[in-house]
Design a protein around this ligand. Structure first.
Ligand code: NAD
Length: 495
């Protein structure tokens, strides 16, 4: 597959992707797209030094002016949406409308960040001492490292970078080694925005290409004030303690094991569509993909037979083609992990529908439904593939308890027209996840809300709401505008 025209339009020169030891392939047919150079330790160290230098200048630029740069970047994204969206599809295999949707998400977060650049509000606080006032201010934090996963190769970076930049921080991006081309393209678009902006310090954002060891070097460097890392729970388990050891800040967005509950009053057509999109869409390779489904026993038989028919008709194939809804898995390892999980589910007594390989170049597979009695073993693990484990339930309390019984806590949903059931699900005794939805699936979040999950999902929040506070440092300030020095709590210390 030839990408030189797209890369050219996106402004990436050929020399950046035609020589080097890192081979990049497309999951569409497994062919090689590019060969990239890898940064060595010295280059990464130099990039971190440059990020620090840029931060010392950028933090003094007024926040609304910083917002202007993000606004210009959003314009570049709008202008290049088709090419960048197509490159996302070519590099990570999601269908074209999702590739384009990912770029739209970048545009949306840029718009959000531009508004935020004029709203980094602090507080004024009443002081107990006469002639004093207190306030809370938010200041820029420092260089932010963004480590991203293959499945959202560009949107996750933008959730972090758009906020970090308006907050006065600089960014170093370590994209997944499986999807570095989209990172080069985004960096090139950012540089177009910088050129139009005029007087930005150099090196506000940089990309470093490398494998896991590159990520480890960044994670350990004390000049990086915040490490925002998106990926597997395995990765987070390594990154979290390493950053904590040097008292750095960490924002972890890790694996999910998301569930849905179909109650007797659910709108069947609506819930079927939602289940298909969230379980089989993106070939099950979203952190928010639906992996476990609890269906009330009174509707189980009918719902399952309709779900199986819908699955049988899902078009699987080349994600660039019109009409295809399920693209390939990222690589052979992912395919092997899917079959390993299906074998374990079978050994647990699971009845499998689908899951067979499709004869084609690339790793194409028919999404699988697994009916199970016991909610344990492989079900408790995240397998990054289109496998949906389905269970029958009798009482809602029991379904919610099972939903919450996994180590992960990202996203969840219930389908019901009963307001009591919906509110129970959303209450303190309901879903224990960072995201809880009613009558929509667990995937496909909007940027306006804070995104992230509990437990082994890592506890981080990024994107909308007040997630920006993670990218700033809070300072509590007390000013004495009197000529006396009263001490707090009535303490006396007269000299
Ligand atoms: P991965 O953990 O294999 O890799 C993610 C990134 O971490 C890559 O850039 C990789 O090079 C880097 N990395 C790996 N080990 C590291 C280490 N020890 N130190 C520093 N960096 C390291 O994940 P993946 O296969 O690319 O992505 C799939 C996983 O990501 C799934 O578990 C999915 O649920 C999760 N994910 C989570 C979210 C979220 O927001 N919660 C979003 C997207 C993906």
């Amino acid at each position: 597959m030839n990408i030189s025209d797209i890369m050219d339009r996106l402004g990436v020169e050929e020399r950046y992707y035609t020589r080097g030891p890192l081979s990049v392939t497309t999951p569409i047919d497994g062919s090689e797209l590019a060969q990239l150079a890898i940064d060595d330790d010295a280059v990464i160290g130099e990039k971190i030094a440059l990020a620090k230098e840029a931060f010392l200048k950028w933090r003094s630029v007024p926040a609304p002016r910083r917002g202007e740069l993000v606004r210009l970047f959003g314009e570049e994204l709008r202008r290049h949406k088709d090419d960048l969206g197509r490159l996302v599809t070519i590099e990570c295999g999601k269908i074209l409308s999702e590739g384009l949707g990912e770029v739209q998400e970048m545009i949306d977060i840029c718009d959000f960040a531009v508004g935020l650049s004029r709203q980094q509000y602090g507080l004024t606080i009443a002081s107990e001492r006469p002639g004093h006032h207190m306030r809370e201010s938010w200041h820029p934090l420092g260089p932010v490292a963004i480590i991203s996963a293959f499945n959202f190769p560009v949107a996750v970076w933008s959730w972090n970078a758009a906020l970090a930049l308006v907050c006065g921080d600089t960014c170093i991006w370590k994209p997944s080694e499986k999807t570095p081309l989209t990172a080069l393209a985004v960096q090139s678009l950012f540089e177009k925005a910088i050129a139009r902006f005029g007087d930005a310090p150099p090196h506000l954002t940089q990309v470093t290409i490398g494998e896991r060891s590159a990520g480890e070097q960044i994670v350990d460097d004390p000049r990086i004030t915040l490490v925002s890392a998106t990926g597997s729970t395995r990765m987070g388990r390594e990154v979290g303690p390493r950053v904590a050891k040097r008292f750095g800040r960490v924002l972890l967005e890790l694996g999910g094991n998301n569930a849905g509950i179909i109650t007797p009053s659910a709108d069947t057509d609506l819930s079927l569509r939602a289940v298909c999109f969230s379980a089989a869409g993106t070939a099950g390779q979203r952190c928010t993909s639906l992996r476990r489904l609890f269906v009330h026993e009174s509707i189980y038989g009918d719902f399952l037979s309709r779900l199986k028919s819908a699955y049988a008709s899902l078009p699987v194939g080349d994600p660039l083609e019109d009409g295809v809804l399920v693209g390939p898995l990222i690589d052979k390892d992912a395919l092997n992990r899917m079959h390993y999980a299906l074998n374990r589910a079978k050994a647990q007594g699971g009845v499998i529908t689908g899951g067979d390989n499709i004869e084609k170049e690339g790793c194409y597979v028919r999404p699988a439904i697994v009916e199970l009695e016991s909610h344990d073993g492989i079900v408790l693990e995240e397998t990054f593939a289109p496998i949906l484990y389905v269970f029958r339930y009798v009482a809602l309390d029991e379904a919610i308890a099972l939903q919450n019984s996994v180590p992960q806590g990202l996203s969840s949903c219930i389908f019901t027209r009963d307001v009591l059931e919906a509110e129970q699900f959303l209450s303190a005794t309901g879903s224990d996840c960072g995201i809880a939805n009613v009558n929509i699936g667990p995937s496909g979040a909007e940027i306006g809300g804070a995104f992230g999950g509990e437990k082994e999902t890592g506890g981080g929040r990024e994107s909308g709401s007040d997630a920006w506070k993670a990218y700033m440092r809070r300072q509590t300030q007390t000013v004495n505008y009197s000529t006396a020095l009263p001490l707090a709590q009535g303490v006396k210390f007269d000299v």
